[in-house]
Design a protein around this ligand. Structure first.
Ligand code: HEM
Ligand code: HEM
Length: 241
């Protein structure tokens, strides 16, 4: 159940109530834990993936004395599998968690107010309107962006596991589950290239996402970053309608 807490504003010099702050519990602990593990895993995957695609110049000395590419690839595969396990846990939480934990599993395209909200938010991000709209969960534009991101992660996980299965062999469970990617991309180099391009799409998402989170925190009269830490959304004036 949504928990609402009211924090009465302090009295200002003239004895008026300065303001009333109101919070709503939105992101439950498993969602927050998933968010930050996901962010760390993706950062590790982008850094190590970049070096898999563009390896450092060769190191001096005996090959047996260092294992640099081995460590880079190991980190990539470990972070990749962490990403997958946490994705599955996040999926499970969408069934048992609160209604906000389910927000990313569908787009309410039948809801006209929500559809208009996408345009409004777009104008808001473009600095074309002055009044921020308040939402308890994600705003409609963020909802579309994050929903698309989750679908995109499915592609990154399936392509990554298919590439991984090349090393494990065609009788591995990884190949049985993800080998279908080679029917879509019969040339393994194509799959490498799309997996690699996917990294740049994710880098763009993360840059826009962090910019939007900081911008909204400052301008939208509702908390953002601290909400992904404490779980509570704080509304600086009124609660949303
Ligand atoms: C690789 C890095 C990151 C990825 C892939 C990522 C992805 C996501 C996703 C998928 C959600 C939706 C969560 C849900 O509803 O279950 C989300 C929410 C959020 N993320 Fe990130 N995130 C990343 C890093 C960050 C960082 C560094 C910050 C802080 C500066 C941040 C701030 C937030 C905030 C504030 C929300 C909630 C937004 C809202 O309430 O509408 N994220 N992120
Ligand atoms: C956000 C997610 C991910 C990103 C950004 C990412 C990024 C990359 C990049 C840039 C490459 C180099 C491709 C090339 O130029 O040949 C790569 C290779 C690879 N990735 Fe990922 N990856 C992700 C997820 C995964 C996952 C979930 C797995 C599964 C374990 C995985 C397994 C692999 C494998 C097996 C290779 C090929 C390694 C090699 O040829 O030595 N990746 N990844």
């Amino acid at each position: 159940m949504t928990q609402i807490a009211q924090v009465q504003g302090v009295l200002d010099a003239s004895g008026e109530r300065a303001r009333s702050l109101q919070t709503i519990y939105v992101y439950e602990a498993p969602v927050r834990l998933w968010h930050w593990v996901n962010a760390l895993a993706i950062t590790a995957l982008c850094v190590t993936g970049y070096f898999i695609g563009s390896p450092l110049p060769s190191l001096p000395g005996e090959a047996s004395q260092h294992f640099l590419m081995g460590y880079i690839r190991f980190t990539h595969f470990a972070a990749g599998q962490t990403l997958i396990v946490f994705f599955l846990l996040r999926l499970y939480w969408a069934f048992v968690g609160n209604k906000f934990s389910r927000q990313l599993s569908y787009l309410p395209v039948w809801n006209k107010t929500w559809l208009w909200g996408i345009f409004y938010e777009f104008k808001w991000y473009m600095f074309l309107v002055k009044d921020p709209k308040k939402y308890i969960g994600h705003n409609p534009l963020a909802h579309v962006a994050m929903f698309s991101f989750m679908l995109f992660l499915l592609f990154m996980m399936a392509s990554g596991m298919a590439l991984y299965s090349e090393g494990l062999g065609i009788d591995s469970w990884q190949h049985r589950l993800f080998g279908f990617m080679f029917t879509l991309f019969p040339n393994s180099q194509d799959l490498h290239t799309w997996h690699h391009l996917g990294m740049w799409a994710i880098v763009v998402f993360v840059i826009v996402h962090v910019y939007a989170a900081v911008r909204e925190d400052i301008l939208s009269r509702q908390s953002m970053i601290s909400s992904m830490v404490s779980g509570e959304r704080l509304f600086r004036d009124d609660l949303p309608d």
